[in-house]
Design a protein around this ligand. Structure first.
Ligand SMILES: CC(C)(COP(=O)(O)OP(=O)(O)OC[C@H]1O[C@@H](n2cnc3c(N)ncnc32)[C@H](O)[C@@H]1OP(=O)(O)O)[C@@H](O)C(=O)NCCC(=O)NCCS
Length: 317
């Protein structure tokens, strides 16, 4: 634990989201201590003779590709203390972690690179499509009067959100499988972040669409002034009008908060049809790029790349 604290003290400036050091540490530990986190999230340090040479976060994720369910190792927060850099420590650690993940039975490993693709390509990772968009809120049409009710998501409604996600992604060629424990973990992470957010910092803003009382879709966003960041937009009834009603509602939410833009990662796979390109103008990302290493012929990287972008921002780590 002291070793993780030492690493967090260094990464605080980079990844602390404006929290104090104590808050940042408590935020990371709260994620490790959730029931899902205890099983599926480890903070690893790479050491020699008591000296920390490098470090990373390792997640165990479940995905479905076609009809096959498989495990993926998720690698985040790769960090080498300044004094140790440029000596191959991160490279050696990552090679060992890939061996470990493979030995544990995973079909591959996933990461979101902040440092371009070359470094991780040399370790066997392949870049996957990664796009982003940013539009002025006023460019989002407000739509016709709709029979849908668009309401803030209440605490008791998250099990309904969970079912909507499962139902709506069941026919996607690729899906990250979210157990109830994983959803609880995501909720906990968000609560812990909100509790510690610096004044004016990120604020979640989520809505569910109901038709005759029945949930038919939802949108998850975070207000990070001056932009509302799209995390996820799920339409379970397949109707474009549901997407437009949700987008219109978040435009209103964003404007009420004083926001000017809607931004974010481009939706994965077929979900991108909900955001017309002529309005949302997706473009390739230059920072934070999705990369995957495959150990299993069934996890065909070319076939994965052909699916388009793969992950909602909700699942980023
Ligand atoms: C990236 C990082 C983990 C590399 O650790 P390391 O132990 O020095 O890595 P290695 O010795 O195996 O490799 C060094 C190589 O990493 C690559 N690298 C390091 N920082 C990089 C960056 N910002 N952009 C692109 N490549 C980078 C370079 O190719 C470098 O080679 P060089 O020393 O000849 O320039 C370390 O620089 C770090 O902690 N950076 C801050 C946190 C960060 O950005 N992490 C990556 C998140 S995806």
């Amino acid at each position: 634990m002291d070793e993780i604290r030492a690493i967090l003290a260094e990464t605080h400036a980079l990844w602390g989201e404006g929290m104090t050091l104590d808050e940042y540490m408590a935020f990371v530990f709260a994620q490790m201590e959730s029931p899902w986190g205890r099983e599926n999230f480890r903070y690893l340090v790479w050491k020699e003779g008591g000296v920390i040479l490098s470090s990373l976060k390792l997640y165990r994720l479940q995905v479905r590709f076609g009809t096959r369910q498989m495990a993926l190792g998720g690698i985040g927060a790769v960090y080498t203390p300044r004094a140790q850099r440029g000596r191959g420590h991160a490279r050696a650690m990552l090679a060992a972690v890939l061996d470990h993940v493979r030995a544990e039975g995973a079909s591959g490993a996933l990461l979101f690179s902040d440092i371009g693709t070359a470094y991780y390509q040399a370790l066997g990772f392949h870049p996957l499509p990664s796009h982003e968009f940013s539009v002025p809120l006023h460019a989002i049409p407000m739509g016709e009067r709709s029979p849908l009710a668009i309401e803030p998501i209440r605490e008791a409604e998250w099990s309904e959100i969970e079912r909507l996600y499962e139902h709506a992604t069941a026919s996607d060629p690729f899906a990250l499988l979210r157990s109830s424990a994983y959803w609880d973990h995501l909720r906990r992470k968000e609560r812990e972040r909100v509790r510690r957010r610096p004044a004016g910092g990120k604020l979640p803003c989520h809505r569910i669409a109901r038709r005759a009382g029945k949930g038919v879709g939802y949108v998850l966003t975070v207000f990070d002034p001056p932009a509302l960041i799209l995390q996820e937009l799920i339409v379970a009834d397949g109707r474009p009008e549901t997407a437009w009603a949700l987008l219109g509602a978040i435009r209103e939410d964003g404007e009420a908060l004083g926001g000017t833009q809607l931004s974010g990662w481009w939706p994965p796979q077929g979900w991108s049809r909900l955001l017309p390109r002529e309005v949302f103008h997706p473009r390739p990302r230059d920072r934070e790029l999705t990369m995957i290493a495959s150990f299993d012929p069934a996890l065909d990287v070319g076939a994965l790349a052909a699916c388009g972008d793969l992950f909602w921002a909700t699942d980023h780590f």
